[in-house]
Design a protein around this ligand. Structure first.
Ligand code: RAM
Length: 330
């Protein structure tokens, strides 16, 4: 017993002695909710970044449901754990700010990615792509699917989601242009990034808008659920679904004819880049000033704008010609 205790103490002591050099920086990847394939893919990229950086451990976490309250609880516990950085896709631009500010006051680096936190609640925000471009893409894909006229509805994620709300605003601006005057937005509903709720919301749209021709779902969860509802309700050919989806979840829906095309960026690269960015803040190479050049490893370098934001690549479009090929990646 005594000998065991001695060994234990020796092990603990040597660990304490070497720990300053060896201790890995803990970076928490806080996602909107767990069980979402998009964030699982982002985590895959995040783990790749950790491997490349070597002295980084990525903690993948998020609430069961996409709520700000769930994320606040997680952020508070991460502050207590004294992580080095929090990388968050926020369920609300404002609600998270106070706890994230507290994290920053304690020296924790905070960046948002995918779905942003307002400027004073983070040091940087990484957009997957340009927001106006995403709005335009959503409307163009709709027009390609149904032509110049018809009723259109939007099936979004949660009502407070920063990213979806920005994309919806951008899509509305495009819909207001003369080229799209025949496309009539009749409703915006929220499936909360839950498959079953999104499915029911899609069914609700079929009932309340018998002349509906398209559903735009700027969420990977919503777009797959809406496409399934179209197929199950035998609406293929009458209602088309488009939006932002994962090839792995959408290939079958393109095959069924419920979806002609959809778009997305590479979620693996997004997760990878977010961790790379966080590590630049931890090492003090950047502080989040306008003009800061943030290295994203294999993905390249981005420059922060006056709002502390940067955007990555253009969204890529998938259809029957290429969806199968990409389905094995994400
Ligand atoms: C869902 C999430 C995520 C969004 C994608 C397109 O997975 O809402 O935030 O970026 O869709």
């Amino acid at each position: 017993m005594k000998k065991q205790l001695k060994t234990l103490l020796a092990v603990a002591l040597s660990a304490a002695l070497v720990s300053p050099a060896m201790a890995a920086d803990k970076i928490a990847l806080v996602v909107k909710s767990l069980g979402n394939g998009f964030f699982d893919a982002a985590n895959q990229g995040a783990q790749e970044a950790a491997k490349e950086l070597k002295n980084v451990e990525v903690i993948y976490t998020g609430p069961a449901k996409a709520t700000a309250e769930g994320q606040i609880e997680i952020v508070n516990s991460l502050i207590a754990q004294k992580v080095s950085a929090i990388v968050i896709s926020a369920n609300d631009p404002d609600a998270l700010a106070p706890s994230l500010k507290r994290a920053m006051e304690r020296g924790i680096k905070v960046i948002s990615f995918d779905s942003g936190v307002r400027k004073d609640g983070r040091m940087m925000h990484l957009n997957p792509s340009s927001n106006p471009l995403i709005g335009e893409k959503l409307v163009k894909m709709t027009q390609q699917a149904i032509g110049d006229t018809g009723e259109v509805a939007i099936l979004s994620a949660t009502a407070q989601a920063t990213n979806q709300n920005i994309w919806i605003d951008e899509a509305k601006k495009v819909l207001a242009m003369p080229a799209y005057k025949g496309l009539k937005l009749v409703s915006v509903v929220y499936g909360d990034d839950q498959t079953d709720k999104s499915y029911r919301e899609a069914q609700g749209l079929f009932k309340s808008h018998p002349n509906l021709k398209a559903i735009i779902a700027p969420t990977t969860v919503g777009v797959a659920a809406a496409a399934k509802a179209v197929q199950d309700e035998k609406m293929v050919g009458k209602i088309y679904v488009t939006g932002l989806g994962l090839p792995s979840e959408m290939a079958g829906h393109v095959k069924s004819g419920a979806v002609k095309s959809f778009a997305i960026w590479n979620p693996i690269d997004l997760g990878y880049s977010s961790i790379m960015a966080a590590s630049q803040f931890i090492s003090g190479k950047v502080t989040g000033k306008a003009g800061d050049k943030v290295s994203l490893g294999r993905v390249g370098t981005v420059t922060l704008d006056a709002n502390g934001e940067a955007a990555m690549s253009e969204p890529f479009t998938y259809d029957a010609t290429n969806v199968e090929k990409f389905a094995k990646f994400f």
